[in-house]
Design a protein around this ligand. Sequence first.
Ligand code: MRU
Length: 351
Amino acid sequence: MNAPSDTIPYDRIRALEWTGGRLRLIDQRLLPERLEYLEITTLEAVAAAIRDMVVRGAPAIGIAAAYGVVLGARAHASQSPDRWKALLAPDLERLAAARPTAVNLRWAVDRMSEALPRATEPDALLALARMIHAEDIAGNRRLGAFGAELLPPRAHVITHCNAGALATGGFGTALGVIRAAAGSGGIERVYAGETRPWLQGARLTSWELEQEGIPVMLMADSAAAHLMKSRRVDWVIVGADRVAANGDVANKIGTYALALLARHHGVRFMVAAPTSTFDPKTPNGDAIAIEHRPVEEVLAFRGQRHSAASAAFNPAFDVTPAALVDVLVTERGVIHAPDLERIAAHLQTKS
Ligand code: MRU
């Protein structure tokens, strides 16, 4: 159910796979030079893989964590068959704390934790982890179709970071919209921002779209204003790490700048995210914890220093105010001009 599809166009990449009792992850630190996999067998190793960006992207780290709970449960059950649930509880908190901004991580750990009292054995949790994974893929296909309907024929779009198959269970959110549109001939050009400093756009989005045969043009992040001023751009399409109750959106650093530029240039701005990325408990963007990552990510690339500075500012995310978001697209449909009431009403609807 979670495998790549032969029948759905542009659906060939999976960042995570549960196989032979292990979690198999594409090591995203090595792309695009090397496509290598890590076989993960412990909950602690899942937390480390999330922290170190072996696996990244909000939905993907939630799904990895769900499988991590299974690995933790199995380890405790083999050592202490009577106490495995009690022993697992503190591990769940450590797993959920691996990265702070993406709410999908907490959402997935909470879902696993709520199932714990009813689970008679660790493998009951595996069924739930597989379900979370499958739901994400199915949701992204629906979300992609909703988003694609909003694009004009032969659209020209900008995307930022990587909100693709690599960042999700499969198919992607922002890239899910682009995949769905490409499948119906609706995409003429995708501009991908490099996404300094970790280069998710240059390394991951470009790789993913090239693998699928969807034409992509890479640009320096700082080229976006000139691009919007001088060439046709219909939409900016991005993913999200957390959508607050009022519609403010945390996403990869640089997203806010793109939203400001889009508004100035009359370009529409779409955030594509599953409802698992919505956090009604966070009232607005000011309440979202922004992860700051090691300064070495800015001062050097893969251990090679390219900067004379000894200090750096490295927030991994920023917050785009809801007022700059034209549409939020989820697996349940489209929220135009998102605000507190529209989002609350949307979250009441069923898929
Ligand atoms: O630091 P990353 O690579 O995990 O950041 C990822 C993003 O900001 C994505 O846009 C977001 O998680 C949505 S992924 C569908």
